[in-house]
Design a protein around this ligand. Structure first.
Ligand code: G5P
Ligand code: MG
Length: 225
């Protein structure tokens, strides 16, 4: 039937392009396991692990952490979930990372969110996050039910240290220099699918339709419903 087939996807896009927002919709609709490199790093910082302490200043300044550190973290989380369909968010971000991932498995689809930088700059200054869960809010776009508090736990929301305008500019520059080549890498493998726009609500139906075609079993399941 093909229903057991595992589906492996990567979501890419500049900082603030909506990877986290679209990922949570994908998880809800398709049940993929979401692995966010940024959420994992921030969890390590919160828990003050050795890795977290070592990487904090790097992340706060909007610089990428070293390839070997992040590749080890992500590849070790993928170990043991070989039979699970997943969605990687924030990794790979350099060609070296893409090659490290390729060495352990093939990626079926890469969803690329293409959002203008000006739109991104406006969004990130009004982003609030719940660090323990990675839930993301925006004062204009998806405000929390109670100002400053997470909808699910009621715990306080914070702004990320790397969301200041200067740091956002730096992250966007690094993205152009280090991450855009990864798009070429996947394009040449024939797995890249780009979705362009300025609003997540307009991009999402296209991502949903694309995944419905791609994920084994989805169409059959919908056809029967
Ligand atoms: P992260 O955590 O991977 P970024 O910089 O790639 O961080 P980020 O900032 O998390 O990406 P996103 O997930 O693409 O952005 O976007 P989002 O959070 O869903 O949406 C951004 C905001 O816009 C939110 O407030 C959301 O509500 C709002 N929004 C969404 N859609 C709309 C819309 O249609 N309209 C409006 N008005 N608002 C909207 O990485 C962080 C750091 O970790 C390290 C690096 O230091 C990195 O800088 N790191 C790595 N380093 C090396 N290699 C790796 N692989 C690394 N991964 C992480
Ligand atoms: Mg994110």
């Amino acid at each position: 039937m093909g229903l057991q087939t595992v589906f492996r996807a990567v979501i890419m896009g500049a900082p603030g392009s909506g990877k986290g927002t679209v990922s949570s919709r994908i998880v809800q609709s398709f049940g993929l396991k979401h692995l966010s490199s940024g959420d994992m790093l921030r969890a390590n910082i919160e828990a003050k692990t050795d890795l977290g302490l070592l990487m904090k200043s790097c992340i706060d300044q909007g610089q990428l952490v070293p390839d070997d550190v992040i590749s080890r973290l992500i590849l070790s989380s993928l170990r043991g979930i070989e039979q699970t369909s997943w969605l990687l968010d924030g990794f790979p971000r350099t060609v070296a990372q893409a090659e490290a991932l390729d060495a352990v498995c093939d990626v079926d689809s890469v969803i690329n969110l293409d959002v203008p930088f000006q739109t991104i700059r406006e969004r990130l200054t009004s982003r609030w996050v719940h660090l323990p869960s990675g839930r993301v809010y925006n004062i204009d776009f998806n405000p929390p039910k109670k100002p400053g508090l997470d909808d699910v736990t009621g715990e306080p929301l914070v702004q990320r240290d790397d969301d200041s305008p200067e740091t956002v500019s730096r992250r966007l520059k690094d993205y152009e220099r280090q991450t855009q080549p990864v798009l070429e890498y996947y394009r040449s493998k024939g797995v890249l699918e780009t979705f362009s726009g300025t609003e997540t609500n307009k991009i999402w139906p296209h991502v949903h339709a694309f995944l419905t075609r791609k994920i084994p079993g989805t169409q059959q399941a919908m056809g029967k419903a």
